[in-house]
Each structure stands twice: as C-alpha cells, then as structure tokens.
Design a protein around this ligand. Structure first.
Ligand code: ADP
Length: 180
C-alpha cells in the first residue's frame, strides 16, 4: 500500500528490513548500541562488524534519540539507530518517546541528505508496544514530517509478517481518510 504526501511516497510492505535498498535503514536499537535480538541482531549479522565498531565509538543513545553509522555490507549506505520506549502501561511518556524516535530519525536523515529511508515497526517486538497504537504514532509522525519537509522522497515501513502489515494498512487508511 502507498500514499502520496506532497511529492513524497509513504509505502508499507511486508519484508525484511536488512534487505532494503533505500539510502538508509533504521535499527530498533537499545540504549547501549551494543546489538541485541530482533531487528538489531538481524542488522548487525547482515551488515558485518563495521556497524558495531562505529556504535561502540558513539557509546550509546537515549530513548527517543537517533544516531547514524555506515551500512557496512548492507545495500543501504547508512543505518540510523534509534531507541524506542519499553512499553509499560502507556502512562510513562511512551507515546511521546516513540514519536521522538521516528521524528529524530527523520531529522537525522534530512541532515545527511538521505532521500529514501526504511523503518521497521519500532518498539513492537521485545519492547512490547501494542501494535495498533504504535502504528498510529509511526504513521502520523511520518505523514506530518512529509507534510512539513519535502527533501525526503520515500519513507517505507517494512513490516514483519502479514499481520503487522495488515494493521499498518488499516491505520494508514484511517489516517488518509481523516479519521485519526
Ligand atoms: P523493539 O526492541 O524496538 O521492540 P524488535 O527488534 O524486538 O524491536 O522488534 C520490532 C519489530 O520488528 C517487531 O514487530 C518484529 O516483529 C519486527 N522484526 C524483527 N525482525 C525484523 C526484520 N528482519 N525486518 C523487519 N522487521 C523485523
């Protein structure tokens, strides 16, 4: 599924984030930047040791912030590492922190002249964020960003499995129809 926002494209696909050919892919990292499971593990395995070397030099990343490294052996030239919130009950600033993770990743991409960026569904794996709520924040933040900035031409969400894709599609449809 695709949506046009100004001249830019917001696209939703089912797939593997490590295989994307966008200028940058986003890692759902943890604060230590030392690698982990899920998306993080897959990116470091596919991208090779240069990514981790740079992450170690950077030292760490606060929740909601973003940093950038090489893409190593990946097709993508860059990996943007962002740290989503661990979901507790929704009353601990989780929505704002998740919004920050997306927005700061996009701001960093813009500052590097990146035109195409692929995101996984941040915080909805090990960090336990309810998928539909996370999708709403991910997509609203992306649409708002594309309305305000014309430099990024493509934001692609790469969802793991049919179910996640279906939830994101439903939320994007609602958003484009003005219901949320
Ligand atoms: P977090 O710790 O931020 O929750 P995870 O990596 O545990 O991050 O999971 C985030 C989401 O990414 C989950 O919905 C998971 O199903 C999905 N995911 C896991 N591996 C991949 C992959 N290779 N490509 C795209 N999405 C993935």
């Amino acid at each position: 599924m695709q949506a046009k926002i100004n001249k830019s494209t917001l696209s939703l696909i089912e797939g593997d984030i490590t295989r994307q050919d966008t200028d940058a892919i986003v890692n759902a990292a943890n604060k230590s930047l030392r690698g982990g499971g899920g998306v993080d593990g897959a990116i470091h395995r596919a991208g090779g040791p240069k990514i981790l070397e740079e992450c170690i030099k950077i030292g760490g990343c606060e929740t909601g912030e973003a940093v950038i490294t090489t893409g190593g052996n990946l097709k993508a030239k860059y990996v943007i590492h962002t740290v989503g919130p661990v979901y507790r009950d929704g009353e601990h600033n989780e929505p704002r922190l998740l919004e920050n993770a997306y927005r700061n990743s996009l701001l960093l991409a813009s500052s590097k002249g990146i035109k195409g960026i692929a995101f996984p569904s941040i915080s909805t794996g090990a960090y336990g964020y309810p998928l539909e709520e996370a999708a709403e924040i991910a997509l609203k933040t992306s649409v708002t960003y594309l309305k305000e900035h014309t430099d990024i031409e493509l934001i692609r969400f790469v969802l793991f499995g049919r179910h996640a894709l279906g939830v994101y599609e439903m939320v994007l449809k609602r958003l484009m129809e003005g219901y949320i």
